[in-house]
Ligand binder design. Structure first.
Ligand code: GLN
Length: 184
């Protein structure tokens, strides 16, 4: 779990609940540990991107994802994975062929909770949006997993899953399980 900033502890808790070992990536030497997947948490994408660059982690992370390492990003994690962000240059991991809009719900409606369906999972998923992005468009090959109010909020692309909302803040472990199944 990338642990430079943001809600990384909650992701680790979810993995623990599911009986999966995890560790925190805080610096380059942590990255060398063997791993089957990577989670990029929500938080502040600008800060996370800056730290990834400063710590020399940006390129190794990007190379590993391109080489097939399974990755799951939530909120700021989605922003870091997006190839295109409206109105911003690319200093990100940029491995997912989507165009996203940061802070897309504006300040007034910046944070909200909703339950909505998601492809591949039965019943509704609790979704907590906190100054969240949404995905404006996806390139062919990107599978749309969930939409809320006509906006794409969850996608899968090859070895990558990205959500606009925070899944780790609810009791629900089904998306983490989906990610673990993808790794298997
Ligand atoms: N608004 C934040 C950003 O642009 C993302 C918010 C979040 O991760 N909850 O990085």
């Amino acid at each position: 779990v990338l642990a430079l900033q943001g809600a990384f502890a909650e992701h680790r808790q979810k993995l623990e609940q599911l009986g999966v070992e995890s560790f925190e990536i805080r610096q380059l030497k942590d990255w060398d540990q063997p791993k089957d997947g990577l989670i990029i948490p929500g938080g502040e994408s600008t800060t996370q991107a800056k730290l990834l660059n400063e710590l020399g982690l940006m390129q190794p992370v990007k190379d590993a994802i391109v080489a097939g390492l399974p990755v799951y990003g939530t909120c700021a994690g989605l922003i870091l994975l997006a190839k295109n962000i409206e109105g911003e240059p690319s200093h990100r991991i940029a491995t997912m062929d989507i165009t996203a809009l940061r802070n897309a719900y504006g300040r007034q409606l910046g944070s909200f909770y909703i339950e909505a369906p998601m492809k591949g999972i039965e019943g509704n998923i609790p979704m907590t949006f906190i100054r969240a992005p949404y995905i404006e468009s996806v390139k062919p090959g990107v599978e749309i997993l969930a939409e809320v109010d006509g906006h794409i909020v969850a996608v899968k692309y090859q070895n990558q899953i990205a959500l606009a909302f925070h899944q780790e803040l609810s009791d629900d472990t089904r998306i983490h399980q989906m990610f673990l199944d993808m790794i298997k």
